[in-house]
Structure formats: C-alpha cells, structure tokens
Design a protein around this ligand. Structure first.
Ligand code: SF4
Ligand code: SF3
Length: 543
C-alpha cells in the first residue's frame, strides 16, 4: 500500500484512499502530511513532558495551528510547501527539546530527516496504519481530525485578533495522548469528548473575534449575478483576507466576488461599506471545476477547499494564501506587519475579462444567533401558534457525490410548516430553491460558515431557555447534518459535547469509525446515518 488516508467523507469505498486521493492528493503529498502530523505530535510530546506553558511559546502555538490546518482535506497540495513546513517544525521541535536527553522523549520528538527521500521513508512508518489496534486507531484519528478542525477555527480567530491558551494546552495534551500506548479505549473516548468541548470554546472564540471585528451578521440579500467590471473571486473561510483584498481593490475598478464558504461575509455590517464587493458567484467548493472557467478572472484561496485545476489556464489564475497551497500557483505571504500584498492578483484581474454570468437574482442569509435572537418573539409565536412545527438543522459540508442529492430532495419534501437552520457549504444544496417563508421568517435560515454551526447551538440553547425545557433534546429540532472534511468533525464533536443527541449524519458515517467505536457513539449519543428521503421524513415527522 503506497498511501493511506481516510479522513474525509469521500474516501474510497468509505474505507481508505490507498493509491491516490479522491480529492486529488498524490501519494507523496499524503505521506508528507502524515510526517507533518507526526512532527506536530513530537512537539506536543516535548511541551507536555517539559510542562511548557503556551504563554511563553506563542510562535510555537501559531506554527502548530498552521501545520494542522495545512493537512485538512483540500487545503494544501503543495509538496514543497509541506516539506518546508516539516523542516521548520523540526527545528522548532529541536530547540524546544534543548539539552534534555533524547531518550526521555517519544520518537516523534527526536527523529531526524535530511532529505525528501528520508522524509518519505520515515513517513511510511508513522501514518494512520502504524496503530495496529483498529479501535485505538479509530479513536486516535477521531481526536486528531477533531483537532485539525479545532486548529483551523483557532487559526481564523487568531487572524481576527483572538486566541485562547486553554485551546493550545488542550491541543498539546491531546496530540501527545495520541502517542501514548498506555491509554485505554475509555481514556480515548473521554479525550474525544474533551475535544468536542474545546471545539465549542474555539467556535465561540471565533464567533466573538468575527463579530468584534465586523459586527453581528444581519439579514442580507446577496446578489448572485455579475457586473461588467473585471473581478477577483475569493474562496475559503478567512474574513481577514477578504477585508485586506477589499481595501486594496477599492477604487481600482476591480470587483470582488465571494465563492463557496466566503458567501457569509456579506452578512457582516463591516463588509457592506465596500461598493466593490459585488456579490457571490456560483455554489459550493466542488462546483469550482466549471465555475472557475466561466469566472475568467483570478481566484484567491484563503483556505480549503481546492479542487486540482483541470487546465493550465485555470491554474495560472489561482492564488493561495495562509495554510492553502497548490503547486504552480502564486502564494501570497504575510509581511512582518501581518499585512498581505494582493497587487499581483489585482493586476491580473485588470488584464482579464469580466466574469460571465451563470445565474441572476439573490439569496438571503445572515441568521446568526444575534439576528435570530432579535427575531425571537416572532419565532416563539410561530412555534406556539403551530405555524412552525419543526426546525431542521442541516448544517455542515457539501461534496461531489451523487448521494448528496438526498439533501436537496429532503429540503424540497419538507412540509411548509418547517424551517431549515443551516451553516457551512451544505446550504448550497437547497439555498436557491425558493422555499418561501412562514409569516416573514424565511424557511431557510443561513447562519454562516461551518464554524457558525456554533450559532445554531446558541439558538437551540436560547429556545430551550425561552420554552423552559430541562433537556435541549426536547426542542422540536431534528439534526440532519452533512459532513465532508475535518472542520465538520469538530462541529459534530462540539454538538455531542453540548448534549445534543440523535444527530443524523450523512451521506455516510465516517469510514474512520471502527465498528466498536461507532457502537459506542450510537449507544451513547444516538448518532445514526441517513436513509431515503421518504423513510427519514416518516421518521422525523411521522405521517
Ligand atoms: Fe481520500 Fe479524503 Fe484523504 Fe483525500 S482527504 S486522500 S479523498 S480520504
Ligand atoms: Fe465546505 Fe470545504 Fe466543509 Fe466550511 S468549504 S464546510 S467542505
């Protein structure tokens, strides 16, 4: 077997990519990512054994977040960038270890590599399958994937000016625990729950960082058509990159359009002042294959999800920044002051055609917790009068598989007295269906990006309080969530840690859950998969 990766929902036969990733990840990239994770575990081993406080190692904390984020599905395909990160992290690791004798540490904290060949050789013995017991492996990977999502959200919060040492402490402790052969399955289940709790902390931190910088999201109509000016398409989740791009394109005659997970930026008051923020172009991440062709202008990836471009022409128009990377594409780095220079992207836009329209009209979003709480009276009244019978939380990710048509069909089949609460790119499966409203409350309430699933939990807790319910699971809310990559793993663990039960997860349950681990989660939390639209509607609503 040349590689092994089963961290996302599209893994081959829901069991593992062993030759090349369905995502386009090559064997060498997969191995380098394995070694990057192992190096990060080594750093965690040293921080834990030497009882170092995150307070005194900010550069290490930030490098660890960036390293974890780099390995998220569809974030970075650039072997040079990944191997250079490994070298940097090894030198950070070695200086943290200092003079302490090597034998006190795990191999992850002391191994040496001198060339690409030696990196690949080392990687072959430290990947996912190096843990033999399938239940231990499953739990170690569940924790690791949760931490990847946690790190990504913490990385966004850091860019927006906020960090929390408790999150770093947990990341070090948890990563080090994945190296510890003395931990039992029960210990690892406990660690999984702690990962979820820390996920709540990270999503709350990101929520407060975003709203402090850009205001509370509010109901917004977003144009999905195009204008005649040249344009830049910005994708991914990093709002601070968007802000800098909008500042730098002001007055240049170049418009900026959002793609996929950048759509919710329109909901923040601070971005409404930019006349050059023209609208949202296209759908969720995987639609980029067709949409980047017709967009014509440059594309900036601030984070996942990149699909390997099919033509040199499109590849030549793609830029990456932050943890994102793709070989042959321009990569924009931060200056010492943290600022990024997007002039190369702007100059390219000026020399290219304006985007070709693919749809017209608008979509509505901006229903994060503060906006929904502001509407609480109306919502509560609608529930009490029976105008709203049930809420369906359909947050999470979108993906390429045909089986995801389930979510569009499910949304279409829901009765008129139901409301969908969504967040993440899963929304594109039903946010243009025109499902109408209930007394002025739209039937699809979009809270924002995948991390804004936190908002949906806050809304649920608010409703629990208003209705005076002891158990959050007594609310008329059904959770029918779609997952794809590791940000969705931390969202799921966070919801479980908040006590939310009976979540339906699709289109398939994670391939990395071993039968025994899946059994534990099903027994304790009532987690289950999805069935047919018809059967599920019967299950959730009855006849
Ligand atoms: Fe396969 Fe997903 Fe891993 Fe890519 S990220 S190699 S598709 S499991
Ligand atoms: Fe989507 Fe990649 Fe997960 Fe942030 S952009 S939700 S898949």
């Amino acid at each position: 077997m040349s590689m092994f990766c089963y961290q996302c929902q599209e893994t081959v036969r829901n069991s593992g990519c062993t030759v090349k990733g369905v995502c386009g990840k090559e064997e060498q990239t997969a191995k380098l990512q394995d070694l990057l994770i192992y190096t990060l575990k080594g750093i965690a081993n040293i921080v834990s054994l030497k009882e170092l406080s995150p307070t005194y190692i900010p550069e290490v904390n930030h490098a660890v977040l960036g390293g974890l984020f780099t390995t998220i599905t569809n974030a970075n395909f650039d072997d040079e960038a990944i191997s250079s990160k490994i070298k940097t992290l090894i030198s950070i690791r070695d200086s943290l270890r200092g003079d302490t004798p090597a034998e006190e540490f795990h191999d992850a904290a002391i191994f040496e590599v001198s060339s690409l060949e030696s990196m690949l050789q080392k990687a072959s013995s430290v990947g996912v399958l190096s843990t033999e017991n399938e239940d231990v492996r499953s739990l170690r990977e569940l924790v690791t994937y949760g931490i990847k999502g946690l790190a990504a959200y913490s990385h966004h919060a850091l860019h927006a000016g906020k960090e929390d040492e408790n999150i770093y402490s947990f990341i070090y402790r948890a990563l080090n625990s994945t190296l510890d052969d003395s931990l039992s399955v029960d210990d690892l289940v406990g660690l999984t729950m702690e990962t979820g709790q820390t996920g709540v902390t990270a999503m709350a931190l990101l929520d407060s960082a975003n709203t402090a910088m850009y205001g509370d999201p509010e109901i917004t109509e977003v144009n999905i058509g195009v204008r005649n000016n040249p344009g830049i398409l910005i994708s991914g989740h990093d709002l601070t990159d968007l802000e800098q791009l909008l500042e730098q394109t002001k007055g240049t005659g170049v418009d900026v359009y959002t793609h996929s997970e950048m759509l919710p930026a329109h909901y923040y008051p601070a971005f409404k002042k930019y006349d050059n923020l023209a609208g949202n172009y296209g759908g969720s991440w995987w639609n980029q294959v067709a949409e980047f062709e017709s967009f014509k202008g440059p594309i900036l990836f601030t984070t996942n999800c990149i699909v390997p471009p099919r033509s040199e022409e499109v590849r030549g128009r793609i830029f990456t920044t932050g943890a994102a990377g793709y070989p042959g594409c321009g990569h924009i780095v931060s200056g010492i002051d943290g600022k990024k220079d997007f002039s190369a992207v702007i100059e390219m836009a000026k020399s290219l055609d304006s985007p070709e329209g693919i749809e017209t009209g608008s979509i509505v979003g901006g229903f994060a917790h503060s906006q929904v709480v502001a509407l609480a009276d109306k919502v509560v009244e609608a529930v009490k009068s029976g105008a709203i019978k049930k809420f369906f939380v359909m947050a999470g990710c979108d993906g390429r598989l045909k089986s995801r048509e389930y979510y569009t069909e499910f949304a279409k089949a829901l009765p008129d007295d139901t409301v969908i609460l969504t967040a993440g790119c899963a929304k594109y499966r039903y946010n243009k269906l025109g499902l109408g409203d209930i007394g002025g409350i739209p039937r699809v309430l979009d809270a924002g990006q995948c991390n804004d699933s936190y908002s949906l939990a806050v809304i649920a807790m608010k409703l629990q309080e208003i209705f005076g319910l002891e158990d959050i699971n007594d609310l008329p809310i059904v959770y029918n969530i779609a997952w794809y990559e590791q940000k969705a793993v931390i969202v799921l663990l966070a919801l479980l840690s908040l006590g939310i039960k009976n979540i339906h997860l699709g289109p398939t349950l994670p391939g990395f859950l071993s039968p025994n681990v899946a059994k534990v989660i099903v027994e304790n939390f009532g987690l289950s998969g999805i069935g047919t639209v018809e059967d599920d509607l019967k299950l959730f609503i009855g006849n």
